[in-house]
Design a protein around this ligand. Structure first.
Ligand code: BMA
Length: 864
């Protein structure tokens, strides 16, 4: 038996008021865990929080499921039951505490939990937090905690077989890869992350595990269970209230609740506590409030608001970091239909962002550094909103803390996606408890902008032919129809929970939708536009299909070669090889990338070039979309592309791959989401090219717009200059150039391009290039690109020069870090410096050897 210190991480929460003692002790039971398959005899070491798969991996029982086709060999894991066990020691002192509870912050999913052989809990919802009073079961010395995890597949099959009607589930549930009996799609029967069962960008690895911490908490007298801070902002004062839930062991007279803002006490009240739950609401105010702003609009100021409860020498406190801001969803009838936009602090705000999925199929592997990296990357790319998509999980506290700090508003889905769901009483109750747990856990986060019921469930029902599949007989069993479950969950249970626990925020039943029961429209509500990709429509359709708020649109690419090398061997290097196809989960995947690629680019000369051109293609497509949305500001007030990240190494719609590498898209997004952008509007049907400026600045400004028609060697054929006035938060066309005029300089446009820049006081604020022909029809010369490499203490520096135009300049190698810029165009006779942190490359010689710099012409020209 290891010593107490070895296996218990002991947190003491000090709530120091003067010299008064803290009353709540917390210890995480995170050591000395072992696990085994239910019927096995061998116990192996385990990690908690963790998953069965990752424990099998670290014990060398299975191989890395991300490598080549290994995923297919580990499908047995989810058909078994698993047992986890830990022994921990309890002191006599701890047992004297009046109250002792054990909290399970996340059990994935079907757990039977025993403490000292006594069953204390049964779980069936991985999104819930469960608390159990364990005072009477704990003993001095060694105590044993045992968690039996039943197979989510066996459980799912039981539930699937128990009903006599069909529940529609999309093909994202990869039952076939899972080798599930009868290919039954059982995912929807469990309150468990949908993407574990497979998705069109994810593996099928149905985990089990104790995926979030287990905490033993003990205290005397009373403890603050919850604090909810509400706010109402007026010009020179913010009225706030703290709703405090205090759990008391006994009757206590004259306890004091004190509220401090940034360490100064603003109010203090006396209360009597009765045994059990006590609820108080205490108003307070902050004069001359400093507002919190989304990224790009101002500071993200957060107040430290501390609520303390004390009595004699006992106290407990909770601190929240709260930003003061208003956020409203505006749904107003207008000449187009009905608006869908957010105002923040009264200002209509164009939402620039992306959809987020969990960062690993094995959730406990996501560490602080991963949250930092993805959210910093979002912030760096000028985003102000992230949508936490409904097929994943309600994220960890750290995720939302970072969003609060970085000014990233959160569109928060409840965890339902692309399927119908059961609606029996037990299921609805589980959903209600899950919603209460998570709304209460997250509602103090300034960043949360909206609660949304589900992802694409309404569209699936109405538009994917599911409604039609319900037989008359089934619909007569009213209580059993899937539409009844839909309305129960999304029109009753979830909005009721939001109304009861977070009524200051809006609830939106489904993304996309326009109103209850009506799926997407481009004149009302939010939209997912998948005509590009699924419908094989041209990228130029992004300019025509403009909804009121685009909450999803996307186009795939492969990861870069350094990432592909982590899951393949050279023999796999063909996009249609078995391994490459297995790391592509969209039914139309690799062929669709190729089809679009050949519409716009020349056939790449080899595999590596194919990966590279897929990046340029994806960036070109999606930035066309973003620019279209921004050009149509006011009609459209949001552009959230699908998807920012990956959960394993794969070809997908992501702009950052599983290893954190930015694809061309992420660099492209950063530019397309800049505060002020120049965008060209070049419709085939129009006889001129329009030059737009779209801006999110809060003040009007003026400057000079300059557009040049250039040859690829830099020869200036014509220049258009215009002094312009730009209104705050606007988008408008400022210059029209007739195509007839342009033709005077180049008949077929194969050797020219337009280069536009906007400057105020001779400082260039933004620029962009426009090609009048598809890239494949350009007669690009060898750019004659060269570079020098230097270093400073932390970075390698690459100074590039080019003689002719270079498109999509890409610096790559086996680097862990991202370059400061990449996949950019270089104008003729220009220079550019990029930097990269030294990371895994230890010397400048090694860096020189590893670095490869290419541009578009290198992808097809074998003679260079
Ligand atoms: C969207 C998402 C996901 C899916 C993506 C790509 O609609 O909501 O379900 O991965 O499309 O098909």
């Amino acid at each position: 038996m290891k010593s107490f210190n070895n296996f218990l991480l002991f947190f003491i929460v000090f709530s120091i008021i003067g010299c008064k003692k803290s009353i709540v002790n917390e210890m995480e039971i995170n050591s000395n865990w072992t696990f085994k398959k239910e019927k096995d005899t061998v116990w192996r070491t385990a990690e908690v929080p963790g998953t069965v798969h990752t424990d099998l991996l670290s014990n060398n029982v299975i191989e890395n499921p991300f490598y080549r086709l290994n995923e297919h060999d580990v499908q047995w894991v989810d058909k078994s039951n698993w047992i986890y066990q830990s022994t921990f020691s309890i002191t006599k002192d701890l047992l004297t505490k009046e109250q002792i509870e054990m909290e399970f912050e996340g059990i994935d999913t079907y757990g039977k939990i025993y403490l000292n052989s006594k069953e204390i809990l049964t779980t069936d919802n991985m999104f819930r937090r469960y608390k159990v009073d364990v005072k009477s079961i704990l003993k001095e010395g060694d105590n044993t905690l045992k968690v039996v995890l039943e197979s989510p597949i066996t459980k799912g099959i039981e539930k699937y077989d128990a009903i006599d009607y069909q529940i529609e589930v999309s093909d994202n549930d990869l039952a076939e890869i899972g080798k599930v009996e009868g290919k039954k799609k059982v995912s929807v029967f469990s309150r468990k992350a949908g993407y574990h069962f497979g998705w069109d960008w994810g593996p099928r690895l149905v985990t089990s595990g104790i995926w979030r911490p287990v905490v033993l908490r003990s205290w005397d007298n009373f403890k603050i269970d919850d604090v909810f801070i509400r706010q109402q902002i007026a010009k020179d004062s913010a009225s706030l209230s703290a709703s405090v839930e205090i759990n008391s062991h006994k009757e206590i007279e004259k306890s004091i609740i004190e509220i401090s803002v940034n360490d100064s006490i603003v109010t203090s009240k006396e209360f009597n506590l009765k045994p059990g739950q006590n609820k108080f609401t205490i108003p307070f105010s902050i004069r001359n409030p400093k507002l919190w702003w989304p990224n790009g609009m101002g500071e993200q100021y957060l107040y430290n608001i501390e609520v303390k409860a004390r009595h004699k020498n006992h106290s407990d406190s909770k601190v929240n970091r709260v930003g003061l801001r208003t956020i409203e969803l505006k749904r107003e009838k207008d000449s187009i239909g009905s608006s869908f936009y957010f105002t923040v602090n009264g200002i209509p705000t164009f939402m620039k962002g992306a959809n987020y999925i969990p960062q690993d199929i094995f959730l406990p592997r996501v560490k602080s550094s991963n949250y930092q990296h993805i959210l910093n990357s979002a912030k760096d790319a000028n985003m102000n909103m992230i949508r936490v998509w409904g097929g994943g999980v309600y994220e960890n506290k750290e995720f939302y803390d970072l969003c609060d700090e970085m000014g990233l508003l959160v569109w928060q889905d409840f965890m339902f996606a692309c399927a119908m769901y059961p609606g029996d009483a037990a299921y609805l109750e589980s959903v209600r408890q899950e919603a209460i747990d998570n709304v209460k856990r997250l509602r103090n986060h300034t960043s949360i902008a909206l609660w949304c019921g589900n992802n694409e469930v309404l569209s699936a029902w109405e538009r994917w032919g599911w409604k039609q599949k319900v037989t008359k007989e089934q619909s007569e069993k009213a209580a059993n129809t899937t539409w009844k479950s839909y309305t129960d969950i999304f029109h009753k249970v979830l909005p009721e929970v939001v109304e009861q626990y977070d009524s200051d925020r809006k609830y939106w039943a489904s993304s996309p939708s326009s109103e209850l029961g009506v799926p997407e429209s481009h004149t009302d509500g939010d939209a997912h536009y998948w005509g590009v990709w699924w419908g094989k429509e041209p990228f130029s359709n992004y300019n025509v299909k403009i909804p009121r708020f685009m909450s999803e649109f996307g186009f795939q690419s492969f990861p870069e070669l350094a990432t592909v090398n982590k899951y393949t061997i050279p023999e796999d290097h063909d996009i249609f090889s078995e391994v490459m196809k297995s790391h592509q989960r969209s039914s139309i995947g690799n062929g669709t990338i190729k089809e679009y690629m050949l519409r716009h680019y020349k056939q790449p000369k080899d595999f590596e070039s194919f990966l590279y051109v897929s990046h340029l293609l994806q960036a070109y497509g999606i930035t066309t979309g973003i620019e279209a949305h921004r050009k149509n500001r006011y009609r459209c007030m949001g552009s959230l592309y699908w998807q920012i990240n990956d959960c394993w190494p794969v070809a997908s719609w992501s702009s950052i791959d599983y290893y954190g590498k930015w694809k061309a898209l992420h660099y492209g997004v950063k530019k397309a989401f800049e505060k002020t952008i120049i965008s060209f509007d070049d419709k085939e049907s129009s006889d001129s090219v329009a030059i737009y400026i779209a801006t999110d600045t809060l003040k009007n400004f003026s400057g000079q717009l300059k557009v040049k028609l250039l040859n690829f060697d830099g020869t200036e054929l014509n220049t258009w200059n215009k002094d312009i006035q730009v209104t705050a938060n606007s988008s408008a066309s400022y210059l029209l150039i007739s195509k007839e005029d342009l033709k005077k300089y180049s008949n077929g446009f194969e050797d020219v391009f337009l280069s536009a820049s906007f400057s105020t006081n001779n400082e260039t604020n933004c620029s962009n290039e426009h090609f009048l022909n598809p890239f494949k029809e350009l007669e690009l010369p060898n750019p004659e690109l060269s570079y020098d490499i230097s270093e400073n203490e932390t970075e390698y520096i690459v100074s590039l020069q080019t003689k002719n135009l270079a498109i999509g300049v890409f610096a790559s190698g086996n680097f862990d870090e991202n370059f400061s810029d990449n996949y950019f165009n270089m104008l003729p006779n220009s220079e550019k410096t990029i930097r990269v942190k030294k990371g895994n490359i230890s010397s400048i010689e090694a860096f020189k050897k590893e670095l490869k710099v290419v541009s578009l012409v290198d992808s097809y020209n074998t003679e260079l």
